[in-house]
Design a protein around this ligand. Structure first.
Ligand code: SF4
Length: 324
């Protein structure tokens, strides 16, 4: 009999599996985390306030939906990453804990609620991501753009980072997002090309790379950013090649973190990368010309995004000054 490990409730409060496509897969043993992976337990008063504000605005966060290990630390600083366009994703990536299935229609009031929460939290830098919405003609690009504009209006001093899906087979979607003038355009490659079919089967490596390149072509002032997980069975040389690919696409900022398996139905951890190996990746990435590389076991795409944005701006300024 299939064991369903995790469920969500739909509008009728009927429990259904979060990952119907994974429910029939055999369990994969969940590896014990090494000593260097230790996180702050959630539960501080500020964490509770952040949680209450997210709920009051009826918003979803990737922090919760993806079971991010950093939630105790981030929410204690009021840093939540908003996940727009619902809590149900149309893809079924092997690493991801966001629920999959047929999503609900878009909520036209959501951009305003996100903007209200950003203003109430007093965020210096807001990160907005989404589920994949392959069911929508524009992949949700216009909804992203509306959200960026709503935040600009409600919190003019806040810088904005969008972490978007790949908009595969959605012509002109990227243009709509870039036109809204976010400060950072982030799209995660997630893994090296040899792992796409098993880890990210609905996506195409070179399409994602081209998306990042095109974002920079459309607005050269935009900072571009991408993230990958390691520990999915990739070879070190593949990570180095991927860095070269990202530099060829003009990407400014790379994040590299350890993959952690959300449930026994997800892709197994194939290896734990040591802090020293992460430091090696950071040094190589810097030598390859990224303005910034954040690489550590608990690095996630939106982890420390505000502090990193300040570093990114300083690094660009220094690079421009060095060129004379
Ligand atoms: S790292 Fe990102 S997703 Fe994780 S808790 Fe922090 S803000 Fe949320």
């Amino acid at each position: 009999m299939t064991r369903l490990l995790d469920t969500v409730s739909d509008d009728q409060k009927v429990a259904r599996p979060r990952h119907p496509e994974k429910a029939h897969r055999p369990d994969q043993p969940v590896a014990r985390k090494p000593a260097w992976i230790r996180v702050k337990a959630p539960g501080s008063p500020v964490y509770a306030e952040t949680r209450a504000l997210v709920k009051a605005h009826r918003l979803a966060t990737v922090c919760e939906e993806a079971s991010c290990p950093n939630i105790g630390e981030c929410w204690d600083k009021r840093h939540a990453t908003f996940m727009i366009m619902g809590e149900t994703c149309t893809r079924a990536c092997a690493f991801c804990n966001v629920a999959t299935g047929l999503p609900s229609p878009l909520d036209p009031d959501e951009p305003g609620r996100v903007a209200g929460a950003v203003a109430r939290l007093g965020l210096a830098h807001a990160v907005v991501t989404s589920v994949d919405r392959d069911d929508l003609a524009d992949g949700g690009a216009a909804h992203f753009a509306k959200t960026v504009r709503a935040i600009r209006e409600a919190a003019p001093g806040t810088t904005i980072e969008v972490l978007t899906p790949d908009f595969l087979r959605k012509p002109d979607a990227l243009e709509v997002v870039v036109e809204a003038r976010p400060d950072v355009f982030n799209h995660n490659l997630e893994t090296v090309p040899s792992k796409y079919l098993t880890v990210r089967p609905g996506a195409r490596y070179f399409h994602s790379l081209r998306l990042l390149q095109r974002a920079k072509e459309l607005d050269p002032a935009l900072f571009t950013k991408s993230g990958v997980m390691v520990g999915l069975g990739e070879a070190r040389n593949e990570v180095l090649q991927m860095m070269d690919d990202l530099r060829s696409a003009g990407v400014d900022f790379l994040t590299i973190g350890q993959y952690l398996q959300p449930t026994p139905k997800h892709h197994p951890v194939m290896g734990f990368v040591t802090p020293e190996e992460f430091a090696g990746y950071a040094a190589i990435g810097a030598a390859k010309g990224f303005l910034l590389v954040s690489a550590s076991p608990l690095t996630r795409s939106s982890h420390h995004a505000g502090e990193d944005f300040a570093k990114l701006k300083a690094a660009r300024k220094a690079a421009v000054a060095a060129r004379g």
